[in-house]
Structures are given as structure tokens and as C-alpha cells.
Design a binder for this molecule. Structure first.
Ligand SMILES: [Zn+2]
Length: 69
């Protein structure tokens, strides 16, 4: 159910990365729609968690976990 043609989506405002294959849709969870609507969505090239980390993004606590902050 990807609305986005990528697995990982970064929130440029919070510098957090989400795994869209494991998106959590509860209140105050991933809020992917809100990120996209606000224009804060970013994809990674290559589309990997490692790349997101290299760019300074932290894991979302809901869909990835193990936040490093
Ligand atoms: Zn998330």
C-alpha cells in the first residue's frame, strides 16, 4: 500500500526516516500523509536505511524503532 514509490521516506522537518512497508497509521505515529502534504517528504538514493543514516536521519520509533536519539 505504498502511496510513494519508495520504501523509505524522510521527514525533512524532524530528520526522521520511515519504512513505508511497515507504516503505522495511528494518531501521532508515522503521519506519512501529513509529511507529504506539508512538503517535508524526502526519498533516498539508494532507497536504503543505510543511506538515510548517512544523511543524518534517525529511525522513526513506530515503523523502524531503535531510535539513536
Ligand atoms: Zn514511521
Amino acid at each position: 500500500m505504498r502511496r510513494y514509490n519508495k520504501q523509505f521516506l524522510g521527514n525533512t522537518e524532524k530528520k526522521e526516516v520511515h519504512d513505508l512497508d511497515n507504516e503505522k497509521t495511528g494518531p501521532n505515529q508515522c503521519q506519512i500523509n501529513e509529511i507529504i502534504i506539508a512538503g517535508h517528504a524526502k526519498s533516498f538514493e539508494p532507497d536504503t536505511l543505510d543511506q538515510a543514516h548517512r544523511e543524518g536521519y534517525d529511525n522513526c520509533a513506530y515503523c523502524i524503532g531503535s531510535s539513536k536519539r
